[in-house]
Write a protein that binds this ligand. Sequence first.
Ligand SMILES: C[S@@+](CC[C@H](N)C(=O)[O-])C[C@H]1O[C@@H](n2cnc3c(N)ncnc32)[C@H](O)[C@@H]1O
Length: 232
Amino acid sequence: MKLSERLQLIADQIELGETMADIGTDHGFLPIYLKRSGICPKVTLTDVSQGSLDKAREDCAKFAPGEEFDFRCGSGLSVLTPGEVDAVVIAGMGGILMSDIIREDLDVAKTVGHFILQPRRHPSYLRYQLYDMGFDMDRELLVRERKYIWEIMVCHYSGEHIGEADAVSDTSLWYFPDLLTENDNSILMPYLELALEKQNFVYERIRGSEDPRIEETENRIRRIEHLIEEVR
Ligand SMILES: C[S@@+](CC[C@H](N)C(=O)[O-])C[C@H]1O[C@@H](n2cnc3c(N)ncnc32)[C@H](O)[C@@H]1O
């Protein structure tokens, strides 16, 4: 089974011998790959939708006959018990839903060795919430999927900075953290250039008005320009 570049980069964050749970698995391709390739001794496939879980079950039977899989229907981390898995993947959902999922079962989330998160929207909100809940970011990766570039975050619970997100004065860091610069320039530059284009687009429409977003947008533009300078 050949994974998409997005799922492959997520799979690459899981270490040999780790147990993992894929929350919102849908097709189940990631855990099928991790089990079949011998990377994970145990994989748990979860989804809030019974229909999606049935689809994953069919794919497991088709692509990995004879392998053992653990299927659980339910929302977020509620289907796991504390300390049960080394790695949790949540991919392909919005960042707001992801942060709600983690916050709702923080007792489980705190015991997970590391999370691999790939939000489809609102990555900045997710970063803010993770920091506020006491998670440390280990890596910030970028990956192309057709016309999109997605962020992938690898983080773990440390218990530091709980409730301190509002004390971070430069809010542009939630959008464009330093760790992003560790990506290959061939993907980082197009990512930053597109981000700059979007922020300039907004700025052109609100400058000279009373719009409260003006200062924030100026900050983000400065931040992106700084990062572009740094990686050039
Ligand atoms: C777009 S699919 C992503 C599939 C796969 N993770 C990927 O990245 O390719 C989103 C899946 O998340 C599931 N989902 C949505 N909310 C969920 C929740 N609270 N808990 C578990 N699964 C959820 C949906 O049913 C759907 O199957």
